[in-house]
Write a protein that binds this ligand. Structure first.
Ligand SMILES: Cc1ncc(COP(=O)(O)O)c(C=O)c1O
Length: 407
C-alpha cells in the first residue's frame, strides 16, 4: 500500500491511462444504451443485489463511474475494501440506519452524545422507525439490547471536540456494528475501521470537498456491508451527483496538505485563545488535559483543525464583530468558519441534552482554514476584546439596498 499523500493523489485513477485522459471524466449520462436487453437485465439484477459494478451501469441511480472513482479513492484512504457515496452526509447516515436497523429488523440504536445536531435529530425523531438510547461512551454495553442494530459515535465530536476510544466502544458493542462519524478527523488523521468500526462515515461536504461548493456523503466499510448500502441507495435514490463525485475526488488530492496546514494554525490559535481573557473554556485536543486517554498519537494522528470555545460575553456579539472569519455553518473549507451551535447546528437538540453532553449555550465552533495565522488572530482578538469598529459596521450595513422592484 502506498503512503497517505500518494494515495490521496492517485487513488481511484487506475483506469485513466487506458482511457487516455489525465483528469477523471465526468459522466453525466442518466441512462446507458443497452442493445442486448437480456444482458442489460443481468447487469440491473447484479447492481440491484448490491454489486459494486456490472457490465453496464444501466441507469445512473444504479451506478455512476465518476462517483465510483471517488468511492475507490476514499476507501483506499480509509483502508477499507469499499465505500458508498450519497447525496449528502445526512443521506449517508440515513442509509446506514436503514441498512443496519430497518433491513435487519433491529430498530434500536445506541448513540453517544454529542453528535452533529442533524444526526441527533434524525435519531431522536423516530422518523426512520428506530428508537435511540443515548449513553455515555463507558456505558454503551449497558444500553445494547438484542434489538440493537447500530451504535453511533463521533470522535472528535461535533461541536465540542470530545474524543472517545473507538476500540473500547467496539468491544462494548459486541456483535452490533459501530458507525464512527469521521468527518472532523478525516482519513488523514484517523482510520476508525482499523479500530473495529464497521461503518466510517463522512460528510463529504466538509474537508473531503474542502472548498464549500459540494454537498455529499460517503461511508467506508467492508464490501459485505457496502452491498446493503448500495441497495438502499438504489431503492431510496439517495445518490451523489457525478459532479459532486468529481469535486470530492479532486478534493482528496489536496486533503492531507489542507488538513496538515489548517491543523498547524489550529494548534497555534487554540493556545492563544486559551490565554485570551475573552474566552472561558477552550476545546482542542492539543491543549493540556484535553485528551486524558492519550488518543492523539495512538488512535488519532493529530489534534485536527476544529476547535471550540466559550465566550465571556454574548457569543452572537463576538461573531458580529468578526471581519475575516466567515460566520457560517459547515466546516472543513479553505476559509475559516465560525458558528454558534446552540443557535444553529445543534438548535434541534433539546437544551438539557445539549448542556448535559458538554455543549454550553455560549460555545462557538471554529473551523480553521488556510489563511495566515496572524490575520486570523488579529480578527479573533479584536472580536473577543470588544474592539468593534462601530463606524465600519454602520457604513457596511448602510451599503445594503433593497433591490429595485422588477416589472
Ligand atoms: C459531523 C457531521 N456529520 C454529518 C453531517 C451531515 O452532513 P451533510 O450536511 O453533508 O448532510 C455534518 C454536517 O454538518 C457533520 O458536521
Amino acid at each position: 500500500m502506498k503512503r497517505l499523500r500518494t494515495t490521496a493523489v492517485h487513488g481511484g485513477r487506475d483506469d485513466l491511462a487506458d482511457l487516455g485522459v489525465h483528469a477523471p471524466p465526468i459522466d453525466l449520462s442518466t441512462t446507458y444504451p443497452i442493445p442486448d436487453q437480456p444482458e442489460g437485465g443481468h447487469a440491473l439484477q447484479h447492481l440491484a443485489e448490491g454489486a459494486a459494478h456490472a457490465a453496464s451501469p444501466v441507469y445512473s441511480r444504479l451506478h455512476n463511474p465518476t462517483v465510483a472513482r471517488f468511492e475507490q479513492a476514499l476507501a483506499a484512504l480509509e483502508g477499507t475494501s469499499a465505500a458508498v457515496a450519497f447525496g449528502s452526509g445526512m443521506a449517508a447516515v440515513t442509509a446506514v440506519v436503514q441498512a443496519a436497523c430497518v433491513v435487519t429488523g433491529k430498530p434500536h440504536v445506541v448513540a453517544v452524545r454529542p453528535l452533529y445536531g442533524g444526526t441527533d435529530h434524525l435519531l431522536s425523531s423516530g422518523l426512520l422507525g428506530v428508537r435511540t438510547t443515548y449513553a455515555t461512551a463507558d456505558r454503551v454495553a449497558d444500553a445494547v439490547t438484542p434489538q440493537t442494530g447500530l451504535v453511533v459515535v463521533e470522535t472528535p465530536a461535533n461541536p465540542n471536540l470530545d474524543l472517545l476510544d473507538i476500540a473500547a466502544v467496539v468491544a462494548q458493542a459486541g456483535d452490533v456494528p459501530v458507525m464512527v462519524d469521521n468527518t472532523f478527523a478525516t482519513p488523514v488523521l484517523q482510520n476508525p475501521a482499523a479500530f473495529g468500526a464497521t461503518y466510517v462515515l463522512h460528510s463529504g461536504t466538509k474537508y473531503l470537498g474542502g472548498h464549500g461548493d459540494v454537498l455529499g456523503g460517503v461511508v467506508a466499510c467492508a464490501e459485505e456491508h457496502a452491498g446493503p448500502l448500495r441497495q438502499v441507495r438504489i431503492i431510496t435514490g439517495a445518490v451523489l451527483h457525478p459532479l459532486g463525485g468529481y469535486l470530492m475526488h479532486r478534493g482528496l488530492a489536496t486533503l492531507p496538505l489542507r488538513v496538515e496546514a489548517a491543523q498547524r494554525t489550529a494548534v497555534d490559535l487554540a493556545a492563544r485563545l486559551d490565554a485570551h481573557p475573552g474566552t472561558g473554556l477552550v476545546r482542542h485536543p492539543s491543549l493540556p488535559g484535553a485528551d486524558p486517554a492519550g488518543l492523539v498519537g495512538t488512535q488519532q494522528r493529530g489534534p485536527g483543525a476544529m476547535l471550540a470555545f466559550t465566550t465571556r460575553e454574548d457569543p452572537a456579539a463576538v461573531v458580529r464583530r468578526l471581519r475575516l472569519v466567515t460566520p457560517a455553518v459547515s466546516l472543513g473549507s479553505v476559509d475559516t468558519l465560525i458558528e454558534h451551535p446552540a443557535a444553529l447546528t445543534h438548535r434541534l437538540v433539546p437544551d438539557t441534552a445539549r448542556e448535559e453532553s458538554g455543549v454550553p449555550a455560549n460555545l462557538l465552533r471554529l473551523s480553521v482554514g488556510l489563511e495566515d495565522v496572524e490575520d486570523l488572530w488579529d480578527d479573533l482578538d479584536q472580536a473577543l476584546s470588544g474592539h468593534c469598529e462601530e463606524d465600519y459596521i454602520k457604513s457596511s450595513s448602510s451599503d445594503f439596498r433593497e433591490p429595485a422592484a422588477s416589472h
